[in-house]
Design a protein around this ligand. Sequence first.
Ligand SMILES: NC(=O)c1ccc[n+]([C@@H]2O[C@H](COP(=O)([O-])OP(=O)(O)OC[C@H]3O[C@@H](n4cnc5c(N)ncnc54)[C@H](OP(=O)(O)O)[C@@H]3O)[C@@H](O)[C@H]2O)c1
Length: 331
Amino acid sequence: MRYKEIGQSGIQASVVTFGAFGIGGGFQFPDTNDTESIRAIHAALDLGINIIDTAPVYGFGHSEEIVGQAIKGRRDKVIISTKCGLWWGDEEGSYRFTWDGHSVKRNLSPRTIRMEVEQSLKRLGTDYIDIYYTHNPAMEPFLTPIEETIEVLMQLKQEGKIRAIGASNCEPHHVQSYIDYGEISIVQKKFNMLSREPEQAILPLCNEHQISFHAYSPLAQGLLTGHIRPDHVLEPNDPRQNDAWWHGRNLKLATEFAGGLVEIGSEYGVSASSIAVAYLLNKHANVNVICGIRKEKHLHENIAGAEVVLPPNVIAELDFRLQKLELAAEL
Ligand SMILES: NC(=O)c1ccc[n+]([C@@H]2O[C@H](COP(=O)([O-])OP(=O)(O)OC[C@H]3O[C@@H](n4cnc5c(N)ncnc54)[C@H](OP(=O)(O)O)[C@@H]3O)[C@@H](O)[C@H]2O)c1
C-alpha cells in the first residue's frame, strides 16, 4: 500500500480509503450485515488501508457506530474522516430529502456543527476526528455565510477536536473561501472514469494549493466493476436511478466500456475494478480513492488497483476510449 500526506496536515493516508457509506445499512443498503462490515474493516486495516470515511447521515449514526466498534484498541493507527452539515436534529436548515423517516436538511451553522461534532465523537468512541468535512455547501434558504462555518471549524481544530478541515461536494469558489478565511487540507468529490468533471477546475486548484483530492464513487457505484449487465434493472428507490449512465443506451455503452476494462485487467492479472482505481491513481498524483466496501472479497480487488502501474500509453488509450464514449452517450 502507498501513502500520501493529506494536504500539509502531516497526516499520512493510504491511497485507498475504506468508504463506510454502505455499512450504515438503511433502505439503500438493506442487506448490510454488521459482523461482515466489521470483518471487512479489520481486513482492510490488516492490508494497509489506514483511513475510513464515514458520515453521520450514513445509516443515521449506524456507520459511525460500527466504525467506532471496529477500531477499538487500534484508534491511534486509524485516520477517521467524518462530516457535518446534513442535519436531522430539528427543523432548522434547507430541506434536501427524507431517508428512513428522517427529514434531512443542509445546515452548516456553528450551532449545529458544534452539536454534530460531539455526537460523532460519541458514536465513534474517540476524543478527536482526524478529518472533518462539510458534507455539502450551504444553500438557500438557510444559507450560513461560509466564513462563519470556517470560523467554527478553525475553533474545533484549535480545541483539538478535529485535526484537519475538508470540504465535500464543493466548487472551486468554496475552496478559495476556505483558503481566504481559514484553511483546507482536503476536498472530496465524485470522480471516476464516467464522471471526470473535477479534471476541469477543482483538481488543478487543489494541486496548486497542495490540497488533497479524495475521489468518491471511483467504481461509478459498481458500473465499472465489469459485473453489471447492459439489461441491469435498478430497484425503484435505488439512488442510482438519478444517474444517466444507468439507463438505456448509456448503460449499454458503459457496460461495453467496462468490458474493455476487464480485458485490460486480465493483461495485468487484476479485475476491471482494479483498473478503474489504477486509472485515477496513475493519472493524478494528488488523488486518493474512496472505495465503497462492505465485503472482504471486494476489498482485495480494490486494493489490487493501488499496486497497478499503468504506463502513459495505456492511460492515453483509456482517455481516447472515454472521449469516444462521452460523445456517443446521451448525458
Ligand atoms: N461526500 C459524499 O457526498 C459522498 C457520496 C457518496 C459516497 N461517498 C463516500 O465514498 C464511498 C464510496 O462511494 P460509492 O459506494 O459510491 O463508490 P464505489 O466504490 O464507486 O461503488 C460501490 C459499489 O460498487 C460495488 N463494488 C465495490 N467493489 C466491488 C467489486 N470489487 N466488485 C463488484 N462490485 C463492487 C459495491 O457493491 P456492494 O453493494 O455489493 O457492496 C457498491 O454497490 C462511500 O462509502 C462514502 O464513504 C461520499
